[in-house]
Design a protein around this ligand. Structure first.
Ligand SMILES: [Zn+2]
Length: 279
């Protein structure tokens, strides 16, 4: 029997508003096709920075953590919330496939506009948050696992890409980049939950372990920002692309217009400049 969903089952804040908000809190113009601004995120940042905004953004992008997974395993997110306590329930874009969703997350445009509407990984040709940052004189970089969407769809910009073997290597790289203290925006992509969920299902033991690994990575990144970015106001985000579901009693998957796949929860926090820093 096919379950019928109503509008109330779906989140309403659009993922396409994220890039507009990230640019607004950095006080730079948004990419050209970006649709709107998630004012909820801007208000949160304003409240934490006396309206000054931030000058650094650290985005952790753990693949495939939907609101369903967060609610079911909420205790596993304590470490995430320690650094990023502000929860934003959002609706991802359709179809909820990795390159489609990250395409919208970092262009602010719908899939029809950025051009990725299936599971394919071409370089996106429209304006992105990375282009907007570069135009504004900021230094962005992407740290991603080889062959992943995040390692491919934003290539060919005048910026640095760190393509690593797997999640641990990506996090290790990101920790050293935070210590170098030279990038204004770092996006760090991890994929273990998506990988193991497709081979088992979203509630398998291995999937549950992957949630823990994502949380551990988030706390390592948060600690590094606290230690090495004391001269900056930093927004730190735990920002997944889409959720997942189990098809009957078979494997985990995603790609349907159902709440488990479409509803996502992002977590954000501001790690402020320390009082006694000189600039
Ligand atoms: Zn994904």
């Amino acid at each position: 029997m096919k379950k019928q969903y109503t509008a109330e089952d779906f989140h309403t804040l659009p993922l396409t508003g994220l890039t507009g908000a990230l640019c607004k809190i950095m006080d730079i113009p948004a990419p050209k096709q970006s649709q709107g601004v998630l004012e909820e995120l801007c208000s949160f940042v304003d409240s934490k920075t006396d309206g000054k905004g931030v000058d650094r953004i650290l985005m952790f992008n753990p693949d495939a953590i939907g609101t369903y997974t967060y609610r079911k395993y909420s205790a596993k997110f304590d470490a995430v919330k320690q650094y990023a306590p502000f929860e934003l329930n959002m609706l991802t874009v359709f179809p909820p496939k990795t390159p489609v969703c990250f395409g919208s997350m970092y262009t602010g445009a719908s899939p029809e506009v950025h051009g990725i509407q299936h599971y394919e990984k071409p370089v996106i040709r429209i304006d992105t948050i990375f282009d907007a940052m570069i135009r504004a004189g900021k230094k962005p970089c992407i740290v991603a696992v080889k062959n992943s969407s995040m390692a491919k769809i934003f290539l060919e910009r005048d910026m640095d890409y760190y393509i690593e073997d797997y999640d641990n290597e990506a996090v290790t790289r990101a920790l050293s980049l935070i210590k170098e203290d030279k990038y204004d925006l770092i996006c760090v992509y991890n994929q273990e939950f998506d990988d193991v969920m497709h081979r088992s299902h979203p509630d398998s033991m291995r999937s549950q372990k992957a949630i823990d690994h994502y949380s551990l990575s988030m706390s390592l990144l948060g600690e590094a920002v606290k230690t090495y970015w004391q001269n900056h106001n930093t927004l730190i985000g735990y920002a997944p692309d889409h959720g997942t579901h189990r098809e009957w009693y078979l494997l985990g998957q995603h790609g349907k217009n159902i709440p488990k796949d479409m509803n996502i929860t992002h977590f954000y926090g501001v790690i402020p400049k320390t009082q006694n820093s000189k600039n």
